[in-house]
Structure formats: C-alpha cells, structure tokens
Design a protein around this ligand. Structure first.
Ligand SMILES: [Zn+2]
Length: 483
C-alpha cells in the first residue's frame, strides 16, 4: 500500500526529535504499531508513575525513551466499554457497547483495526478476558483475533481467561511468521493484574506484603462487589490482610510487565528498518481501599479506577512527561496519525502530536469517564460526577434523579469534596445528551456454552430449547460488574 499520506506528519515529528530522512516525494515505509492494554493496572502501581518498587522495568524503559502522560483518564472503569472507546475514539455514551460489560456489541463505527487493515497492515489481536471475546464486535478489522481462553478464573469457574505467558506467546508466534517488510498492527491485551491476584508460583513473593496505609484485617463479603471487605471472587485462602492482596496485585503487574518487555522487543526487531510505534495503557484501575472499596473496579468513576498509565514511543518522538489530561479516545487518532493514515471518521479524541510538540495539553479540556450508573468529567485536579444509582440505559434519569458532586485534588495529594465545578457540570450535561442505542451481543460460541454447561452453570443440553436463548447463556458472564 501507499505510504504517501503519512509523510507530512512523520516529517513534522522527525523535526521535533531524532532526525529522520524525509525527502519530499519519497515514500516512507510504514512503521509497525503495537497497542498494549493491561487489564486493571492503576497508574500509580507503575514505577515510572511513582510506585516505590521497580516492578515495571519494561514499562519504565518505554517511558524513559518515550512520552509519558501523567494524567490519562480511562473512558470507562469496565473492560468492554473502555476497549470500545480505545478502538473507536468515541466516548462510552457514543458507542453501542455503552457502559455494559460483555453483553453488548460494537455496531456501525469505524475502528482502529479497520483503518490499519485497509491500509495494508497485517492485523492481529491477542486478548485474555472473556468479556473481550469476538462476540462483542471488537474483532472487526483484525485478520487474526485470538480469543482462546484456556484457564478458569480461580474463584469463578464460569469466567475464562489466559495468563500473559500464553497470550504473549501466541502473539510472538504470530509475529515471527510475518515477513520483515510487512507492517503489522498488533493489539496485545494482558489480564493478569485483574483479580483474583494469582501470579504464577515463580512470581509469588517477589514483592511480598506491600505496605498499604490500611492495615486492619478485612472481612469477606458475600458478593463479588461491595464495601469494607474482600469481594468473594478475590478471596485467597484465609487471607484477611489487605497488604497481602496489594502485594499479590503488584506481583501480577510485575509478571505482566515481563511479557510486555518480550513483545516490545520482538516488535522492535520486526520493524527495525521501518521503526515501531508503541502505546501502552490500561483499560481501568483498581480500588485498593479508597473510600472503603477493596480489590474491585467498575463501581464508580473514582480516580483510582479512572487514572491509567499512558505511554507512547515512536520514531522521532523525544522523551517527555506531559501533564495531560488525555483519554482513551486519543489513542486511535494518535496511532493512526503516527502511521500516516487517514483520520478515523468522527473521532472524538485528538492525535496528540500538537500536545507532544508543546509539551502540554490545554488545561480547559474535559475528559469523560463512565461506568454503569455514573458519568464523570475530569480536568487536571478535578473530578465531577453525576449519577450513582440509576442505570445508565434509562435515558434522561441520570441527571435529574441523582446527585452531582465535585472533588478536587489537594496539595497533599488527597481528593477532597469541593464546590460544584459548574464548567464540568455544563460539559457533562452536554455529554449526557449523547445516547447511542445499545446493541445486544451475538450468541455465545457453542464451545463456550459447553464450558458453562460442564461447570454446572447451565442445564444439560437436552433441557435446552432447540434455539438456545443467548441471554440465558450470557447471564453468568455478565452478572458481575468487576470485570
Ligand atoms: Zn478490565
């Protein structure tokens, strides 16, 4: 495919940093593009973002030579809607997955992968979380969409997942078969920091009991979500010390980071001549005791859930730390621009080249974050949310029926209630007018229904109607927020 469209931006970027040959009229080879999303990785557990222990050497190395955005806000605090925003550059209320997790599908919007595929890239995705299976429609544009999930989650046998070694291993095998001259767009999704926190045996104990400010023993909740206790799906043996769980969480991150490093190195080897664009983020964070919420996500749009790592390295980009704010919706426009491809139609985000050039993002920018029943607007040091109890698919109820509040970051680094931020509230009112109809996900694959049946979550086959109601099969998968 032609490389003409990218020459201008790449020359511009080259002028900002290391020299790249940009002779007018000369066609430029496409860079390889690697997008890494790590599930449930809160920004402040990455060393480059201030975590005291060096548990993320691969991410840190990327940040040291790339651009680190200090205030990156997830579009959602749930897996499927956040990834849909990454792939479409639309906020949650602007795509058909909405704030639902795993039971709605993407419909009618162009995607990042389609853009790369249409430009002649080899495209592949390797995912590790059941709610990202191809039935939710994020497979569009990927020639390979590897969603084989061989492992049962420890405490919820009806959830299937895959550990980093296997997901990354498949990605490495795929990459090894691609000719060096062929540009690739590769999406790697790693699930490991998602609870329950069960790193492989050889990674256990490397961090130990990480000191949290909360040291009192916790009780066990009777549900998979709730306050002031350990959610059922997270319980490990008879452990009740929150520091034990924080330590295991950090070890999962350390394990995932190891495989991140392997894949980054392989992509860089593959695209050596042409250069590589690499962007790493997380779909959302995790509560580790904030406001009494332990070891879960999706329950609100709070900062520990919304703030994610966002690190970008590309040919010609100088190392920098940028305060932000930036969003998941900026990822597709940025990657597409760095590869020199035509813009994604209707993108809500920004290609961040101007921000990178200026070393800063305009302070007046509002970033939106959603979960089921709550929408928020972030600006630097300020978080304003509306909702709290009303399901987001009941259009119109959210603003009228529930609370609104603003919370600001103090000089001591704590979030404290403040006067209502009228600018953020106005922005939210406008944002909440958007309402894309949700589209139900397709039926589950027969083998996935068989998995549930084998585990006793569905009745035996002979009791099923001839055309199984896909919603019956979905129920166990979508019932819990924390995924
Ligand atoms: Zn997730």
């Amino acid at each position: 495919m032609s490389a003409r469209t990218g020459t201008g931006l790449l020359c511009l970027l080259a002028a900002m940093g290391a020299a790249l040959a940009c002779e007018p009229g000369k066609q430029r080879a496409r860079p390889d593009v690697l997008l890494i999303t790590i599930d449930t990785l809160r920004a402040d557990y990455v060393h480059a973002y201030g975590f005291p222990l060096e548990i993320t050497p691969s991410i840190d190395a990327l940040a040291a030579r790339g651009v680190l955005f200090e205030n990156a806000i997830a579009a959602a605090t749930l897996t499927a809607p956040a990834h849909a925003s990454i792939m479409t550059s639309r906020y949650v209320r602007e795509h058909s997955i909405g704030s639902r997790n795993g039971d709605t599908r993407l419909h009618g919007l162009s995607t990042l992968a389609e853009t790369f595929s249409e430009a002649g890239y080899s495209t592949a995705a390797f995912i590790s979380n059941a709610v990202l299976r191809r039935r939710i429609g994020l497979d569009r544009g990927f020639e390979t969409y590897d969603d084989e999930l061989p492992s049962r989650e420890r405490n919820r046998g009806n959830y299937f997942e895959r550990i980093a070694e296997e997901t990354a291993g498949n990605a490495l095998e795929w990459l090894a078969l691609r000719p060096a001259a062929d540009p690739v767009f590769l999406w790697l999704h790693l699930q490991d920091p998602h609870g329950p926190y069960t790193p492989p045996a050889e990674w256990v104990g490397r961090v130990g009991d990480f000191p949290l400010s909360i040291r009192r023993p916790l009780g066990t909740l009777r549900a998979n979500s709730g306050r002031a206790g350990i959610p059922l799906y997270q319980v490990l043996e008879d452990e009740i010390d929150p520091a034990f769980y924080a330590g295991r969480y950090a070890e999962e991150i350390q394990y995932a980071d190891h495989w991140v490093g392997q894949v980054i190195a392989a992509v860089e080897r593959h695209g050596e001549e042409r250069g590589s664009v690499i962007l790493l983020t997380a779909d959302h964070g995790e509560s580790l005791g904030e406001s009494g919420w332990f070891f879960q996500h999706g329950q609100s749009t709070a900062p520990e859930l919304a703030r994610v790592p966002f690190v970008l390295a590309a040919p010609g980009l100088e190392a920098a730390r940028i305060r932000g704010p930036v969003s998941h919706v900026d990822i597709a426009p940025t990657l597409i621009a760095l590869a020199g491809l035509p813009e994604l139609p209707g993108a809500r985000g920004r290609a961040l080249e101007e921000e990178i050039r200026n070393g800063e993002v305009a302070e007046d920018r509002l970033i939106f974050c959603d979960t089921d029943g709550e929408s928020a607007a972030y600006s630097p040091g300020s978080w304003t949310r509306v909702g709290g109890s009303i399901a987001s698919d009941r259009v119109g109820d959210v603003m009228q029926a529930t609370r609104a509040e603003s919370i600001r970051l103090t000089e001591t680094g704590k979030w404290r209630p403040s006067d209502l931020d009228s600018r953020a509230l106005r922005g939210l009112e406008e944002y909440l007018e958007a309402r894309t109809p949700l589209v139900a996900a397709g039926p589950m694959e027969p083998q996935h229904i068989d998995e549930l049946r084998a585990l006793g979550y569905l009745p035996p086959a002979e009791e099923e109607p001839e055309e199984p109601d896909p919603r019956a099969a979905e129920a166990p998968v979508s019932e819990n927020l924390s995924h």
